[in-house]
Design a protein around this ligand. Structure first.
Ligand SMILES: Nc1ncnc2[nH]cnc12
Ligand SMILES: [Zn+2]
Length: 374
């Protein structure tokens, strides 16, 4: 990569919000990465997946639960699963749309029972993400999905948070936690859970909105987002994954979110694209997820190159990597194979991810410095 080229996007405007809870600010002390090696020392395969330091902004921790860990946790907790073993479980990972995935995603959560289970799942993600080049991760969790099956807020939040608290020492990654709310449940339920999180002083930096999109527009959660904003939390929401461009507009105008998760359907509305470009609204795009959930037919049909060409502030993320065939590095390498993604594009995507994060300005500067030295 040309180190002298300015690969950074325009900085985002300051929000004026208080500093968010971020674990870890030191750069990782690791062996030289592939990116530090001269080109000649890389095999063709390694060069094809050159690692760039990135921030992962769109990741559901429950979507990192690998089939092997599901079986291990089921055995540990004495849970009988409705399939015979790994092979049968793996055979279920064929999806026709978002709902068909959500059905399996929620069912598999049954194995998460104790703080240790949540911590083990989180550490497994951190280890794999660090190898993928992730230096800062903003991790969503779905508290309502655990409460409704009798697992307390303390168990799920403290389990994930305990692994995040040492993410810098253990994996060279700064991290923060996002409480995501299920849009197919009521706003009353969401408000109750937000109250519980605030009452326990949960270490959350932001809230998000996820689950079944169509029929559950952002406007349904106006009071929830207003309350979170008043509490000093940052705001993001899934919109325009399966839902129409008008959901993206609602998320911006009614929820006043700072970031849009997915957002790919903005491409159907040129006026919206113009607005997103002008305001540099971050879109956390998840290419392999969009293919597996049939939002696009194939990766070659993905709008990412058109989004980049339009000047949109896009980043590449893995969403639910255990379900969609890969982590951030897999997303980058498959994009490169299909679109011949250049070093410049990858660096721009990585710079966008860092600028769009909820990390402190100091941490962003460290990450950008590492990227530009790469
Ligand atoms: N891709 C996705 N869209 C909506 N909700 C989700 N929950 C986990 N993954 C999701
Ligand atoms: Zn998502």
């Amino acid at each position: 990569m040309d180190n002298n080229r300015d690969t950074t996007a325009e900085p985002l405007p300051q929000t004026g919000l208080p500093a968010t809870e971020v674990h870890g600010t030191e750069l990782p002390q690791t062996e030289p990465s592939e990116a530090d090696l001269p080109e000649s020392e890389l095999s063709d395969a390694e060069a094809a997946v050159r690692i760039v330091p990135v921030a992962e902004l769109h990741l559901h921790i429950e979507g990192t639960l690998q089939p092997e860990l599901i079986l291990e946790l089921a055995a540990r907790n004495g849970i009988t699963l409705p399939y015979s073993g790994l092979e049968e479980l793996r055979g279920l990972y064929e999806f026709t749309d978002l709902q068909s995935f959500l059905d399996l995603y929620y069912a598999n959560m049954a194995v998460l029972q104790t703080e240790r289970d949540f911590a083990d799942m989180t550490r497994a993600y951190l280890a794999r993400a660090a190898a993928a080049g992730v230096r800062h991760a903003e991790i969503m969790m779905d508290p309502q999905a655990h409460l409704t099956r009798g697992v307390s807020l303390e168990t799920c939040v403290n389990g994930v948070a305990s692994a995040l608290a040492t993410s810098q020492e253990d994996f060279g990654m700064s991290t923060l936690l996002i409480a995501a709310f299920l849009r197919d449940q009521s706003e009353e339920s969401a408000l109750e859970v937000l109250d519980g999180l605030l009452a326990m002083n949960a270490p959350i930096a932001a809230i998000g909105l996820d689950s079944a999109e169509v029929g559950n527009p952002p406007a349904k959660f106006e009071r929830l987002f207003a309350k979170a904003r008043e509490a000093g939390l940052r705001l993001t929401a899934h919109a325009g994954e399966e839902g129409p461009p008008s959901y993206i507009i609602e998320a911006l105008d009614i929820l006043e979110v700072e970031r849009i998760d997915h957002g790919i359907r903005c491409m159907e509305d040129p006026d919206l694209v113009e607005r997103l470009v002008a305001d540099r609204i971050p879109l956390t795009v998840c290419p392999l997820s969009n293919v597996r959930l049939r939002a696009v037919d194939t990766l070659a049909d993905h709008p990412l190159p058109a989004m980049l060409a339009a000047g949109l502030n896009v980043s590449v993320n893995s969403d639910d990597p255990a379900y969609f065939g890969g982590y951030v590095d897999d997303n980058f390498s498959q994009l490169k194979a299909v679109f011949d993604l250049s070093d410049f594009d990858r660096s721009r995507l990585a710079a966008n991810s860092i600028h769009s994060s909820f990390a402190s300005e100091e941490r962003k500067a460290e990450l950008l410095d590492e990227l530009n030295r790469g």
